[in-house]
Design a protein around this ligand. Sequence first.
Ligand code: ATP
Length: 362
Amino acid sequence: MKVSLEEVTKVFDGGVTALDALSLEIQDGEFFALLGPSGCGKTTLLRTIAGLETASSGTLRIGDRDVTGVPPGARDVAMVFQDYALFPHMTVADNIAYPLRIKKVGRAERRAKAASTGEGLSLGGLMERRPAQLSGGQQQRVALARAMAAQPTVFLLDEPLSNLDARLRLEARTFLKKLQHDLDVTTVFVTHDQAEALALADRIAVMESGRIRQLGTPREVFQRPANVFVAGFIGSTPMNLLDGECVPGDGETATSWGHRIDVAGVRLPVPEEIVTELAPGDKVIVGIRPEYLTESDEGIKGTVEIVENLGTTSLVTLATTGPNVQLTVPEGREPKPGATLHVTPRPGRMLVYRADDGELIA
Ligand code: ATP
């Protein structure tokens, strides 16, 4: 089912505004990620959808039903908590069957349903164990099975993978993606791990201070961050954000086509699609991912400071006259520390933000 929020605000006792007039529509069947730094309001938003927090103002709908004041049990949502919150004294089977017991489903039907759900999540041989006798990954699957058994219309997952070690995490990530695809249930999950959000979600809301700074597909958010906040947040190696100024072209016409952006003393061409948006004197911030900087005879000059091995590539940090610039180079092509390099963005891979408000010029 669709989940929609209209101008939802949550102010906690003590005055913290965790959600600030936030509006959002999550589509039926969508796998939706809430992403952002610690304290941005992700968990509060999830808990508000669950009914564990009450909005201070605004409207929340699940499907066409206004559930703003409806208690959690009557919302038809299931939440999986970060620590899984399994009942330690119950077996796996009883844990999975628990929501059905609450719904007063008969014992035989509960057993059968728990068994088939457990089977679907590869828990078949573990049904009589207790949570303490399971690995982290198995506990996570029990928590998911318990949420699924209730057949909710919306799944809410709070950092579902954060308690797993790196290897298991990848495995569980793939598993979760397939499960969500098969179930086709609207799923909202909270994460502070952008790789996880990019890998799993149909769409991502990137949050800051109780607001959504960008809403888009993983590709949109990665390729075209809407502002410098998102640009700095998304990407396993952070985007280079360099101060620049629009200047007239070298002795050319004074038309906008001749404009350049001066970055660290180098004049880069203004991307064609935004030439009419800029005039000489405009202050900008140029965003270039380390993956999209290449060595060239001209371009921003820097001295190699650090070379970090990332596996199939290396991350090179250059000291320039301005802030440091980072680029990735293929394995085996690493420059030596102390060497001088010139780097330039690949055509079409430079983003330009307004310096005053940090918004993408598009
Ligand atoms: P994290 O990734 O660290 O879990 P988050 O993005 O999930 O962070 P929230 O837990 O939603 O952030 O918190 C948002 C803001 O609201 C924070 O400033 C937090 O301190 C505050 N907050 C959260 N819960 C309460 C509460 N019960 N009472 C008062 N303030 C709270």
